[in-house]
Design a protein around this ligand. Structure first.
Ligand SMILES: C[S@@+](CC[C@H](N)C(=O)[O-])C[C@H]1O[C@@H](n2cnc3c(N)ncnc32)[C@H](O)[C@@H]1O
Length: 285
């Protein structure tokens, strides 16, 4: 590639390099990734890239694109390279301090909206990361009072900045471990997508997952450790009739249901994600 390369040539070269990168072997999307990276570098849309394939690109932009290609080829997640990820139609800023929000977590948002009344409602999102769940709920239900917590100060800074940029600054952010920052407060709805991958799970060796915060992915050797804390402690922070919604791993539904039943919850049931895996479980106090 030279300083006089065209958009079309850069896209073709970029996709070619990404398609042969060993770190991206499984399920890669080289054409899309090359488009998103080049659009990011140039600050233009993907549609414009395609419709102006003959346009030349300056040396500085070519250099920046090549740098990003190298990082992407090594397995660095696209969202960290562009600094953006869409969740529930919100354009969220993400940094390596936060988990990249996953599409399956939108199921938690859907269930929260379905279960809680469309009236003033107190909501807590525990382990908010980028703020994805709390901000999606705030966007959908302007009348809800939403508290979002995280033990990571760096994650909370990202979430707060997202709230401000999206005009959802009424969400209250609190630092601390699980229920600690809530003190004596009670809620109609508590939602959480806690870390639930065992520390020795080979999936954590994936080059992309290795770039995400360990704190966001794994509670340690016992994958259910945080889910158990949440299931056992939630009743003390729920109003009568309030709901607890927990995201969990594809094989953890049965264990989470058992925890909620043992903690005295009613109407305990799990829901599948789009891939058909039990992905979240809910129960009513
Ligand atoms: C799987 S991520 C979920 C992030 C975000 N809610 C989402 O769905 O994209 C788990 C989050 O829990 C936070 N976390 C880990 N341990 C925690 C603890 N003891 N108390 C509160 N939050 C914790 C992590 O910092 C991380 O932001």
């Amino acid at each position: 590639m030279t300083a006089n390369s065209t958009l079309g040539e850069l896209l073709e070269t970029g996709a070619g390099r990404l398609s042969t990168a060993p770190a991206l072997a499984s399920g890669g999307t080289p054409d899309l990734d090359a488009e998103l990276l080049l659009a990011h570098v140039l600050g233009i849309t993907r549609a414009r890239l395609r419709s102006h394939a003959e346009d030349p690109v300056g040396a500085g932009a070519v250099h920046r694109f090549l740098e990003l290609l190298v990082r992407r080829a090594s397995g660095e997640p696209l969202a960290y390279l562009t600094g953006r990820r869409e969740f529930w139609s919100l354009d969220l800023a993400v940094t390596p301090a936060v988990l990249i929000p996953r599409p399956e977590t939108e199921l938690l948002v859907e269930r929260a909206l379905a279960l809680a009344p469309d009236t003033p409602c107190r909501v807590a999102d525990l382990g908010t990361g980028s703020g994805a769940i709390a901000l999606a709920l705030a966007q959908e239900r302007p009348q809800w009072r939403i508290v979002a917590t995280d033990v990571s100060a760096a994650a909370l800074a990202v979430a707060r900045a997202n709230a401000a940029r999206l005009g959802l600054a009424r969400v209250e952010f609190l630092a601390g471990s699980w229920f600690a920052p809530l003190a004596e407060r009670r809620f109609e709805l508590i939602v959480s997508n806690p870390p639930y991958v065992a520390a020795d799970d080979p999936a954590l060796a994936d080059p992309a997952l290795m770039r995400e915060p360990r704190l966001a992915l794994t509670p340690g050797t016992d994958p259910l450790a945080h889910l158990r804390i949440l299931a056992r402690g939630a009743a003390a922070h729920l109003a009568a009739g309030g709901w607890l919604l927990l995201e969990h791993g594809a094989t953890q539904g049965e264990a989470v249901r058992a925890e909620l039943v043992a903690a005295g919850f009613a109407h305990v049931r799990s829901h599948p994600d789009l891939a058909g895996h039990e992905r979240m479980t809910e129960g009513q106090r």
